[in-house]
Design a protein around this ligand. Structure first.
Ligand code: SF4
Length: 250
């Protein structure tokens, strides 16, 4: 893979994982090493929190998650709960009908197939087996499944949301059209031990600097290696509001 260093006007070769490591180290210098949850999150808790976080901001989905957890003794309670009640409990997360249906159907799946409300058994599966096991359920996609892998099981897998997809394409780590395609290429032999910092710092960078439109390229620590052709000269004028990163709070 060719990376053009425009500052020194030189061209040098970098393998995909060398570039991932370089981006990771550069972002750590800028944002630090992201903190992880104090205790390893339970995989079923993490899955439900991730479903709630789909297409909404972390503050709203975290409120919905806490409200749901405070009103049930165990996820088993969801089996007999009227769907309308579940929708009310998670309403701050938005898309409540869709998310309530996904959560309820997943609990029915666990109950009917495994007669338990626990996902710790997936620890014995390979990464691919876990993704295939989870995505067979309606409403659970590759991104949600990969969050369980990384945030809860500490696997060397980097989930790809829209921020990660955008930046890894702009800097030339992958060249794809969709987050799911980016996910599969990015994660071929992903470097060990850096998935959490790489993923989390890319999200921070995507929110603050590498925005979908009008990115602040002049303030970007990756500008010397970035392949993005529409680089503009916008300078950042104010700090974006710091928002929580939900899945490290589960
Ligand atoms: S130089 Fe611009 S497009 Fe490239 S990563 Fe930085 S902000 Fe994004």
């Amino acid at each position: 893979m060719y990376i053009i260093n425009k500052m020194k006007n030189t061209i040098f070769l970098m393998e995909k994982n060398e570039l991932i490591n370089f981006v990771n180290e550069t972002l750590i210098k800028e944002y630090g090493i992201p903190e992880r949850a104090k205790n390893k999150p339970d995989p079923l808790d993490l899955l439900i929190a991730t479903i709630l976080s789909q297409n909404t901001n972390d503050n709203n989905s975290y409120k919905a998650y806490l409200n749901l957890k405070s009103k049930i003794n165990s996820f088993k309670d969801i089996i007999d709960m009227p769907i309308e009640e579940l929708e009310t409990l998670i309403k701050t997360a938005g898309l409540t009908k869709q998310k309530a249906k996904t959560i309820k159907k997943f609990m029915l799946f666990l109950s009917e197939k495994y007669n338990k409300f626990d996902l710790n058994f997936i620890n014995n599966f390979t990464d691919d087996e876990i993704i295939n096991f989870l995505v067979q359920n309606e409403g659970i996609g590759v991104k949600t499944a990969s969050c369980v892998l990384m945030f809860s099981l500490y696997r060397d897998i980097c989930p790809v949301d829209t921020h990660v997809h955008r930046i890894v394409n702009r800097v030339g780590i992958v060249n794809t059209k969709t987050p799911d395609k980016s996910f599969y290429i990015l994660n071929i032999d992903f470097p060990k031990g850096i998935a959490h910092s790489f993923h989390t710092n890319l999200i921070k960078h995507g929110r603050k600097i590498c925005r979908p439109k009008n990115p602040f390229c002049n303030d970007c620590v990756l500008k010397n290696i970035c392949n993005f052709e529409l680089k503009n000269s916008l300078k950042k004028t104010k700090n974006n509001e710091e928002r929580i990163l939900l899945l490290d709070k589960i």
